[in-house]
Design a protein around this ligand. Structure first.
Ligand code: URP
Ligand code: ZN
Ligand code: ZN
Length: 466
């Protein structure tokens, strides 16, 4: 009888802290041995010349999230997780949006029904708290955190989603008591409204105005306020999708005061600019997301945050809409003004290849830092570590084998999401994950899908220690 179901040998194994050449022995979905030379497996993968990394974890994706009337998100759990898998991810964390007045258990039930049997990667959910009533904060949320739903997002922007400072404080207080992790979208909604009205009065309604009405100051102020609220509530928080140096510096200053603030940035803030929203014939709508891409100086500031450790998480904020579609970016209302263009861009498949190519292969960050930013810190932040996010004995055998010699040009036609464009179209990329292993099963084998829909399972999370 074989000792292992699978051995991966001769590859360079990289974790957030170490890099070594070793054989990895896998049995019953787990990593059971790491050694110089292992023998006796049903299958052996020779990873010579390739990197053997923990499967990517993208902790910021939107899938099947209900939108306003007439608008539909492009990806469901099948296409969203398939695209994630091809990009080297083995776990994604989508958001479950609470409708106003909806009990959270109903919200979760609906998302579980959408995900069940349809996923190619493992999934774990975040909640979006839209209606922080006394009963939600007093009973429902604490019970759910205890049941393994440990992370939630609150918004300071979007008319129909934003919470007041008082509501955020009360939510943070529950997080303090229960060990929940709160992610905050930091943009000042009143300032944005003011700027939108001004631009519309001047007849400036094109997609580019989306960026002009959400300037850096709007994000910096809200980031400062979110951190202040967390300081008052005495609880750690995650500042998501930071787009610029001024908001980044708010995190740095807070840490200097001893606060526990986790920072996240995304590929769009390293590679796109507000000028991309200027495209012909409303093409700029393809790049409308919030916060908006900035300029080259701010791209560099975000790189600095990646290099110096201010950012702990590198996520995609995958939020896909089709472009040429009445239910997407070119909805009838979306064509009348930037304010109605659905916010969000696809990117779950290209997240890691972009950072690998532009960060690791250029020498800006080490392989270890790459693993930390794309897998390990996501597992640590959202209660999935050490089962996920590392290569260690006892961990899930979720592994991506990267070939640094592969060169590709990003073309949406080659990607697997259900949108009809990529904001990164034409970008030259070096390095790509060619083989992906989920729970010990080879699910992408040298670029060919061998996994099955439904193979990805739901994973509950452990709350923060309090
Ligand atoms: O524009 C974006 N980022 N849409 C997704 C929702 C969010 O705020 O993360
Ligand atoms: Zn957000
Ligand atoms: Zn998002």
């Amino acid at each position: 009888m074989n000792s292992f179901d699978l051995i991966i040998e001769n590859g360079t194994v990289v974790t957030a802290s170490d890099r070594f050449t070793a054989s990895i022995g896998i049995r019953d979905g787990k990593i059971v041995q790491i050694g110089e030379k292992l023998e006796g497996a049903a299958r052996v993968i020779d990873a010579a010349g390739r990197y053997v990394l923990p499967g990517g974890i993208d902790s910021h994706v939107h899938i099947s999230q209900p939108q306003g009337p007439g608008i539909e998100m492009a990806d469901d759990f099948e296409t969203g997780t398939l695209s994630a898998l091809y990009g080297g991810n083995t776990t994604v964390l989508p958001f479950c949006l609470q409708e106003k007045g909806q009990p959270l258990r109903e919200t979760l039930k609906a998302y579980h029904a959408l995900a069940e049997g349809n996923c190619y990667t493992d999934v774990s959910f975040h909640l979006i708290i839209n209606d922080p009533s006394d009963s939600l904060l007093g009973q429902d949320l604490p019970a759910l955190v205890a049941d393994g739903y440990q992370s939630l997002k609150v918004f300071m922007t979007y008319e129909d989603l934003r919470l007041s400072d008082g509501e955020i404080l009360k939510t943070l207080d529950v997080a303090r008591k229960t060990g929940a992790t709160v992610m905050i979208h930091c943009e000042n909604e009143d300032a944005i409204r003011f700027l939108i009205e001004k631009h519309e009065l001047e007849g400036d309604v094109k997609p580019r105005a989306h960026a002009s009405t959400r300037p850096v100051a709007v994000e910096r102020e809200a980031t400062h306020r979110a951190i202040t609220l967390a300081e008052i509530a005495e609880v750690p928080i995650v500042i998501v999708h930071v787009s610029n140096g001024q908001a980044r510096d708010e995190i740095t200053r807070a840490r200097q005061r001893g606060l526990k603030i986790t920072g996240e940035t995304c590929p769009q803030y390293l590679t796109l600019t507000a000028d991309d929203l200027d495209g012909m014939d409303w093409e700029g709508a393809k790049f409308v997301c919030s916060p908006p891409p900035r300029d080259e100086k701010e791209q560099e500031e975000c790189w600095i945050g990646i290099e110096n450790g201010t950012f702990d998480l590198f996520s995609s904020d995958h939020c896909p809409f089709r472009y040429n579609d009445e239910r997407g970016k070119l909805s009838p209302k979306g064509k009348t003004s930037f304010r109605h263009i659905p916010n969000g861009i696809p990117g779950v498949e290209t997240r890691m290849p972009i950072l690998f190519s532009k960060g690791v292969l250029t020498g800006r960050i080490s392989m270890e830092r790459f693993v930390e930013l794309t897998a390990t810190n996501h597992a640590r932040t959202y209660g999935l570590y050490p089962q996920k996010g590392t290569i260690a004995i006892g961990a899930d055998a979720d592994i991506a084998i990267w070939d640094p010699e592969v060169s590709r040009t990003i073309r949406h036609a080659d990607l697997h999401d259900a949108s009809d464009y990529s904001p990164y179209e034409g970008m030259e990329i070096n390095g790509w994950p060619t083989t992906v292993i989920l729970g010990g099963d080879v699910v992408i084998d040298n670029g060919t899908l061998t996994g099955k829909k439904g193979q990805g399972k739901y994973r509950s999370a452990t709350p923060r220690k309090i």
